[in-house]
Design a protein around this ligand. Structure first.
Ligand SMILES: Nc1ncnc2c1ncn2[C@@H]1O[C@H](COP(=O)(O)OP(=O)(O)OP(=O)(O)O)[C@@H](O)[C@H]1O
Length: 625
């Protein structure tokens, strides 16, 4: 993960680029090889934003590399356009535009289908370049005669026509590419791209339009590819047709995998290894065509033994060396001879002795004084084939209310929540939230309106820290569902750090902000799950089994936490822990077999004969009074 350390990485990159021509030739790198590495490196910055940061594996980047390269080369060789740099930018814009159109199609699918569409589209581009457009692109001959850049400043004419002068030209663009890339991945957009990679479903559920963000990453990658393609023609004084070929895309993927994803530098490092080995195996060892075989074996070994690539391997070694590796072995809980009820009592007694981290809210608020309904569902029905999961549910919740929902397993509680948050569309019925008919809307828009939920099974951004998780959720409230602020720093978003801090306090995770989610205890993960929903500042918060899977002590703590966060909020809680729910909620709705069985105060529900019957006949045990 790139930390927010402005200018450290940029300075090191500049130093590396300055020193490279003095060091690399002594290691056996030819000047032309170093230049090719830079072009691949620039190509790879955009690809890493797409693959490493957003999790979208494209095998079609050659389409954009070729488009940018051939547009620039055509302008410079056929159209008589004299300005090299302007041509490079025109090629880049053409690639970005093509990337936008291709992205609209390819991003309709995910995973392997997305990857396959990109392969198919790249093949179409290759065919078009070789056949219908051969008069413009030179077909299999490519476009020779691409001029080298020169800048006449009046007092001096800078020519970039030797290998090392071209190195200066390419290094300048690579450096600029890294500076821009770092700005992008450190921006709110970069943060949301990581959220899309980690858990696209939750990213959209906390209010981000993930399709637009994926398209943004796709266009950025195409733009980088287009500019790098133009540089390839300039570097070689010839635009080769193989820029459009599938093996270009495949090499890009392999180089990035070798170097390491999610760092922006992976392709540069991977290209260094790849091209060095290629030269070494072919020329020094005289392997001829067999070099590909050896390189293939090296690739497999590197990917198998360095799962995060060379950069990831070096980072792991560094952490080991400085002893920062955060190995937190899970501490086994001592075996207990107590029953669950006894454990709960002990936990309650222990907690009563401790200072209360959550100022207590009144357990039951008066149900009068509400300012009308915040949510009304009428006739809500969900049918899965022959199964009626929810049937004609009428349900109203008022502003400021804390409603509980109980029901035996399979009663349709989660399905009901999914319909309320528009995760699944009802078969029939209507949902009105804050006076607006939201039936048929999507989960992102509904979250933006102020209605969201925490999930029964944790839906977190596992590779990210607690703070990053909450930042992702808070960004949706502060920036809306989509904003193209790719050069804005996270620190420049008013209210963001305060909102994250507030949420950390609400869910009692202030001591763990920089801990990766994967290292949290289960109870902490459950609290973060609630925190993700809270950080979007919902006006109606739904909690689906917030106490599920918790130890007795964690349950007691979480009930206190729920009381605390319910202050000034409207909440609906589903849970099987009826003692907790009766303590928390002022009204309870009981679902059975997809229908509302009864609704009332906790006391009314406890004493209701139909509810007793439903539970005594079910698997959930006896209702406690
Ligand atoms: N996507 C789906 N496709 C088909 N059937 C489904 C689907 N989701 C839920 N169901 C069915 O709908 C019924 C209600 O499920 P739901 O998860 O809403 O119940 P629940 O009350 O939340 O149960 P639990 O307390 O066990 O979580 C169940 O019979 C379930 O198998």
């Amino acid at each position: 993960m790139l930390k927010q350390r402005p200018l450290v990485i940029e300075t090191l990159t500049a130093l590396g680029l300055i020193l490279a021509p003095f060091i690399l030739p002594h290691l056996g790198f030819a000047p032309n090889t170093i230049n090719r590495i830079l072009v691949w490196g620039l190509f790879g910055i955009g690809f890493d934003i797409l693959f490493g940061f957003t999790g979208l594996l494209s095998f079609g980047q050659s389409a954009f590399y070729g488009t940018g390269g051939f547009v620039a080369a055509y302008l410079l060789t056929q159209a008589g356009f004299p300005h090299v740099v302007t041509s490079l930018f025109i090629g880049m814009i053409a690639s970005a535009a093509v990337g936008y159109l291709v992205g609209l199609i390819a991003l309709r699918r995910t995973g392997i289908y997305f990857a396959m569409i990109t392969v198919a589209i790249a093949e179409v581009f290759f065919f078009v370049e070789f056949n219908p457009l051969a008069d413009w692109t030179g077909g299999e001959n490519g476009l020779p005669g691409v001029p080298t850049p020169h800048f006449d400043l009046g007092f001096a004419d800078f020519q970039f026509n030797t290998s090392w002068s071209l190195y200066v030209f390419l290094a300048f663009w690579y450096f600029l590419g890294i500076v821009v890339g770092l700005r992008i991945v450190r921006s709110p957009v970069g943060t949301i791209l990581r959220a899309v990679r980690e858990n696209p479903m939750r990213a959209s559920a906390v209010g981000h339009n993930i399709h637009s963000y994926k398209l943004t990453a796709f266009v950025i990658a195409a733009a980088y590819a287009g500019f790098a393609g133009g540089l390839l023609g300039v570097m070689q004084a010839f635009m080769p047709p193989d820029a459009f070929m599938f093996h270009t895309s495949a090499e890009l993927v392999m180089m990035t995998a070798i170097g390491g994803t999610g760092t922006l530098f992976g392709t540069l490092v991977g290209a260094g290894v790849w091209l060095f080995l290629q030269d070494f195996l072919q020329a020094a060892l005289g392997l001829g065509a067999a070099w590909k075989l050896v390189l293939g074996v090296v690739f497999v070994l590197l990917v198998c033994f360095l799962r995060h690539g060379i950069i990831g391997g070096i980072a792991d070694l560094y952490r080991l060396a400085v002893g920062k590796r955060a190995h937190r072995e899970p501490v086994a809980a001592p075996a207990s001879a107590l029953t669950a009820e006894e454990e709960q009592e002990v936990a309650e007694a222990e907690l009563a002795k401790e200072p209360d981290p959550f100022p207590m809210a009144p357990v039951h608020r008066a149900s009068d004084g509400y300012s009308g309904p915040i949510l009304q569902a009428t006739g809500l029905t969900k049918r899965y084939g022959g199964l009626l999961a929810n049937s004609k549910i009428d349900f109203t919740v008022n502003h400021g209310e804390l409603r509980g929902i109980i029901g035996p397993n399979g009663a349709g509680k989660s399905t009901f929540f999914k319909m309320l948050t528009c995760e699944v569309a009802p078969t029939s019925g209507k949902i009105v939230f804050e006076g607006l008919d939201i039936t048929g809307m999507n989960v992102t828009d509904v979250c933006q309106l102020g209605l969201t939920k925490s999930y029964q099974v944790n839906q977190l951004f596992s590779a990210l820290t607690v703070r990053e998780n909450l930042t992702i959720a808070a960004l949706s409230e502060l920036r809306g569902k989509f904003r193209l602020d790719i050069f804005r720093s996270l620190g420049n978003i008013p209210g963001l750090s305060e909102q994250v801090q507030r949420t950390l306090e609400l869910v009692n995770l202030t001591t763990r902000p920089d801990t990766p989610v994967s290292e949290l205890a289960y109870g902490e993960k459950r609290r973060l799950e609630i925190g993700l929903a809270l950080a979007t500042s919902p006006s109606l918060l739904l909690l689906d089994e917030p106490l599920a899977g918790m130890s007795p002590r964690e349950r007691v703590e979480t009930v206190k936490l729920l009381k605390s966060i319910s202050k000034g909020r409207t909440m609906i809680i589903i849970d099987h822990d009826m003692d907790a729910l009766f303590e928390l909620a002022e009204r309870v709705t009981v679902l059975q077999e997809g229908r509302v069985l009864v609704e009332g105060t906790p006391d009314e529900i406890k004493n209701n004969a139909a509810v007793q019957e439903a539970y005594l006949g079910g698997v959930n045990g006896v209702l406690t009074a």
